[in-house]
Design a protein around this ligand. Sequence first.
Ligand code: NAG
Ligand code: NAG
Ligand code: NAG
Ligand code: NAG
Ligand code: NAG
Length: 571
Amino acid sequence: MRLPLPFPLLSLLLLFLPANARRVQHPNLRQTAHMKTRAEEVKRAFVEAFEDYRTFAWGHDEVAPMTQRYSDTRNGWGATIVDSLSTMIVMGLDDLFESTLPFIASIDFTRPKTPGTVSVFETIIRYVGGLLSAYELSGAKHQVLVDQAEVLGHKLALAWTEGRGNGSDGKEPGRTNMPYTWMDFETDKPAVGVVGLATAGTNILEFRSLSRHTSNRTFLALAERAMGAVMGTTQFRPGLYGEMYNPQTDLVVSDKVSFGPNSDSFYEYLIKYAHMTGNAEPVYLQTWLDGVNSAMETMMFKSTVGAWTWLSNWSNRTGHDYMFSHLACYLPGNWLLGARLAHNSTIYARGLEIAESCAHTYAASPTGIGPEAWHYVPAGVTSNLVPHPYAGSKMGEMYDQRGFWVQDARFVLRPEVVESMFYAWRITGDPVWQERVWDAFQAVKKYCKAPAAYASLVTVESTEPAKKDESESFFYAELMKYFYLTFSDPDVINLDRYTITTEAHPLLLETQDFDYGPEPEWVVMGNEEQQPLAPATPTDGCGGPGGTGMGQLMMLMDFYVPALERCSAHQ
Ligand SMILES: *[C@@H]1O[C@H](CO)[C@@H](O)[C@H](O)[C@H]1NC(C)=O
Ligand SMILES: *[C@@H]1O[C@H](CO)[C@@H](O)[C@H](O)[C@H]1NC(C)=O
Ligand SMILES: *[C@@H]1O[C@H](CO)[C@@H](O)[C@H](O)[C@H]1NC(C)=O
Ligand SMILES: *[C@@H]1O[C@H](CO)[C@@H](O)[C@H](O)[C@H]1NC(C)=O
Ligand SMILES: *[C@@H]1O[C@H](CO)[C@@H](O)[C@H](O)[C@H]1NC(C)=O
């Protein structure tokens, strides 16, 4: 591993990005006066929401939007404040940002303010990522941001302990390669148990930045160890990994492959880390490409109605669940990013199709906001055991109209669909994406605005939806930021200068070079031949040709009872 560039030198270099050093962002973007007005409106909405948080919940993790009280679900360190910092700077709200610094300095990150353990994943992406991004975006002036991130870093580093190695097995005694899921900050010990793919694999952007700013290489070394351990485990297809691991053995304990919860951001970080480092170590990009390729071959389907492109959940043992989720809709934006870096027009085209499909879940919903999770019937799968909704049922009608039927109708102020629309805008330059984001912003304002700030919805299927008394900090970190960046000057968080973490905290790229062949021609869409989605041989729904069936469906009053039959039982 080469040593990271010293930060001041790095910032200088990136200030003078040559005009032709584009790879990711479309070269012809500009901000019209109309978009400027929209950006201002988003900014106003953000400030109003944050002021509500200040009034009712200052210092707590979240405002409780319906009761105008507060909640503490992130250990009580003021998650909304820390998660909002980079959004404030991106929006040019420097005074607001600086007004929070005394609070930031006062947080005691060694001691949770609420009983219970600390989530390694959430703490890294929200707090560590939020602090470091704010440090970089504010010109590396406010050392307190790094100091506080470092306090957390030392505590979280202890999640890589309690290993069973004995030295002669190539493993350091008492150390693990992957972190555990939960840390006890009082005893400084992790809760021994399994760890999800996303927890093991979503820290390398934040820890590389932390190592750079503290000059302590340990953080990056831990993150590299975790990524290396995951990449060394079972691949169910090249680049596709199971959902759960035992950190004492580095063995996979669940063969479920998905791009949804527990797994998503591991895949996301492979390409973003390659981007950050200029592809200094090709294994990350290559693993990402392998996974995309395998996902296209094994897990990508079109719906029989509407031909929307989505992926499945897939297990090598039990076959597919044909469902996709709001969380997994980060994927099209991530594919578009990687397609530009690896100049691959197939990935670009498929990424755009899935972005269209995710956008469709918003456009087709009565509120203009898409649901948390949905089912579809895959085209080209021969098994007659594929779940269908009952013809004539509410879900059957929904499927006939929309090409998906809702499994979970909540909206918890998640960003992923808008996030992918943002990438689609910055990468294709097609203004239709700005219109879609604007529609989503209007819908969120209309349906989620609450007595204090914004609230989650119990269902997006009703135009008089009940609201929940919860308001995640990622509303401020992510959703509002992606709304804003879609209308802002395209040079704000230019995708050729920054990579954006899974919590939407921008971090500086370390180099403008990307070591992967020559700068490609801009991908031109048009008559590009559509590649067949399904493999040449009909699939049985088990992720391979031949065989008999995957699972059985029962539709009882619109309820879906998945997979009774096992693929392997028939092979
Ligand atoms: C670097 O961080 C690690 C992990 O917390 C710590 O054990 C080590 O003492 C630190 N090194 C220095 C030089 O501060
Ligand atoms: C160390 O652990 C490995 C793997 O569990 C085992 O095969 C080996 O016998 C152990 N060595 C000692 C000295 O305990
Ligand atoms: C996938 O399933 C097949 C058939 O059951 C089995 O032979 C193979 O070992 C499995 N692959 C992995 C990586 O577990
Ligand atoms: C698909 O996988 C995700 C992540 O493991 C999970 O949350 C979801 O419930 C799965 N859906 C089905 C139908 O298995
Ligand atoms: C682009 O990606 C697709 C899907 O992974 C792959 O099949 C194809 O070989 C790639 N093309 C190039 C030129 O690398």
